[in-house]
Design a protein around this ligand. Sequence first.
Ligand SMILES: [Zn+2]
Length: 476
Amino acid sequence: MTRLLRGIAPALAFLLFAPAVRADDPLPVETRAAVAALARKGSAQTRAVEWVRRLTDEVGPRLAGSPGDRAAVAWGQALLRELGLANVRAEEVPVKAWERGVETAEVVAPFRQRLVVAALGGSVPTPEGGVAAPIARMESLEALEEAVKADPDAVRGKIVFFGRRTVKDPAGPGYGKNVPMRSSGPAKAAPHGALAVIVRSVGTSTSRFAHTGSTNYEVGGPRIPAAAVSNTDADLLERLLAKGPVTVRLVLGCRPLPDTTSANVIGEVPGRERPDEVVVVSGHLDSWDLGTGAVDDGAGVAIAVEAARLVAELPRRPRRTIRVVLFANEESGLAGGKSYAERHVAELPKHAGAFEADSGTGAPQGFSWNAADTLEPALAAVAKLLEPLGAGALRKGGAGGADISPMLPSGVPLFGLRQDSATYFDVHHTADDTFDKIEPASLDRAAAAVAAMAYAVADLPEIHGRPAEAPAAKPR
Ligand SMILES: [Zn+2]
């Protein structure tokens, strides 16, 4: 009797105390255990904050094609090797380089006032001595179009000032709405005889920092110098303009440099069963030159690296390979993301997913996802496990992130880490984007959330891609 009891006791105990395994669980039992273990890491300290500290302190600004960018490529490879990742390498990416120089602006009439400005990335310089001209304020690109339709000379011989304010919004649409004034305002104003463009910073700093960002000229079109002005000084311009004409002098010494190369930095945690199938976890390694690129995108680099490290630490690796990709040159033309999608095109059908973190240091909220509907039950099951981290919300659609978006037409499942971005655009692209802005607890939760979701996608029996789109007809 006692022998018999002893024999069946463990089985009884299992039946009584083991978590109920439901036959219809979309997560295999071992996948669920690993995902739960990774999710728990988010409430303890991870090493994510260490990676962003080292990147910002040891490398600093990383403008594509600059010496800082080259140092970052070396730094990234050294870190991935230090963490024991496999197949660590740098895949070369052609980039356009550009260098900032002197940048000053002042109101010269009706009163003298200094303005805080930052040249837009890619801008041509002003002539020596600068450009001094009356300001023509435009609320938007559409307003410019209307103005020159009504009067072809509306901006001729003037400095166009795009004045629309970027509204603070936790979800960030205020930013997206205003980016075109920065990215194509100079190209749109130049053909109408404008001498230069000043854009109210596309950002929400109230601390007199100018937010830079890239601008693009039309190929073969006229190129005029362009700068962002701090919100504080844009407000001053608005007050003066309300009383009458305002003349500003803008001096920019920036210049485009010859084309050069950068690299996507890659390292892997090889899959235990199908190492040729891949889940990408990513951020972008380049940054603007004014700050040290802590929130944009040192945070994303740290989240991606730490997610891979957390997975590598587990006793059971996922079925497929987790591939860290630290993308080159997101800021000025997405060269790294485009290059990855081209170079790996034959391998994309074997990409079970691609994740990107590029929304700063705010608390993780969940994921956007774009994959076959058949993936949804598994994602929902993982999301449930991420609720204690605040990262359980799923939103279908989107392209995951700028750097992974070139994989969209190939049908690769794309995932974007969604974060609270209430304060992101206060420091985004400014000299104030520095390590002290990093929120360590949020970064821990974000790294664990990405690790857990990426593990699940890498460990499921099947890939849940969308059908590849037919190649778009080339525009003539
Ligand atoms: Zn970014």
